[in-house]
Design a protein around this ligand. Structure first.
Ligand code: CP
Length: 319
């Protein structure tokens, strides 16, 4: 089946999801990001790879990390960056998403970075661009509903490779609200594609998708059992904005059973790293002593995100 994010030559045309993305493309993105880390850390100022290009940030949902790091990444590649203010845009007057896109195309857009509450919105835009013959414009999914957050998944893989060097001997646990998490889906697809032999998901039954095992993961409802001897702990936020009905007794009870505390972390390997995509809810899914402790790599994840987003944009712009 044709992969809608690849062009006829099998090159990355859009970045919509990690599901089905070939391993060599994922690895190429991670490899490309390595020298960009120096730019992200401001050891090198700017590169001209996107000079003359216009990157439009279209965030229909709130964001701190993703929107800002995409903006920094595009600017470090010398692009012009336009942040559409959705709350004051004509979408509030009833303009459709695709009419907005047509108008931005008329402003000579080269790349759209899209976050949307509806799963599939970035696909819709990519399909539309193809239908109107604008295959020169690229779409990057910055998080759509509960479906996918591919650049988060990629920066998480970059972080793991940075600290652990190799994926093929690792045990990785993804903990918390898997059901509503686009981040978890992207992480699981990336981990299994990159050859992690043991991917665990840990959470209550009410926060795990039906048949999650089909994604190639082992399910644990007991967090202490699930954390035993893991190399990497990937915590998730409770996605309250996507929950319908009472899936949890209370945040306090969730913390008791599924919050990462120092005593639970002791069950992991002594050199385990703790990750979180942010925003964090301290005292709900993670204790401050862990979030601010020596195992946490949560802020390096953010810096690596700049380098990984630079890599994605530079690869897309090259085709
Ligand atoms: N991790 C993440 O997507 O964070 P933001 O919502 O702040 O972009």
């Amino acid at each position: 089946m044709h992969n809608p994010q690849l062009n006829r030559n099998g090159e990355l045309q859009h970045l919509l999801t990690i599901e089905g993305l070939p391993r060599d493309i994922i690895t190429a993105i991670l490899d490309t990001a390595v020298p960009f880390t120096e730019v992200a850390e401001r050891e090198v100022k700017k590169l001209p790879l996107l000079r003359g290009k216009s990157v439009f940030n279209l965030f229909f949902e709130s964001s701190t990390r993703t929107r800002t790091t995409f903006e920094i990444a595009a600017k470090r590649l010398s692009a012009d960056v336009i942040n559409l203010n959705i709350t004051t845009s004509s979408t509030t007057k009833g303009e459709t998403l695709l009419d907005t896109i047509d108008n931005l195309c008329a402003m000579q857009a080269d790349m759209f970075v899209v976050r949307h509450a509806s799963s599939g919105a970035p696909y819709l835009i990519a399909q539309h661009l193809s239908a109107i013959g604008r295959d020169d414009i690229h779409v990057i999914n910055a998080g759509d509903g509960r479906h996918a957050h591919p650049t988060q998944g990629l920066l998480d893989m970059y972080t793991i490779r940075h600290y652990k060097k190799d994926f093929t001997g690792l045990t990785v646990a993804v903990v918390g609200d898997i059901l509503h998490s686009r981040v978890a889906r992207s992480q699981i697809h990336a981990l299994t594609t990159l050859g992690v032999p043991e991917v665990r998901v840990i959470g209550p039954k009410t926060l795990l998708p039906a048949e999650v095992e089909k994604l190639g993961v082992h399910v644990f409802h007991d967090m202490r059992a699930g954390l035993k001897d893991v190399d990497v702990v990937m915590m998730l936020r409770l996605q309250n904005e996507r929950m319908q009905g009472a899936l949890l007794p209370s945040p306090q009870e969730f913390f008791k059973y599924y919050g990462l505390t120092l005593d639970k972390l002791e069950l992991a390997k002594p050199d385990a790293i703790v990750m979180h995509p942010g925003p964090m809810n301290r005292g709900v899914e993670i204790d401050s002593a862990v979030a601010d402790g020596p195992h946490a790599v949560i802020l390096p994840q953010v810096t690596f995100g700049i380098a990984v987003r630079m890599a994605v944009m530079s690869i897309l712009a090259a085709h």
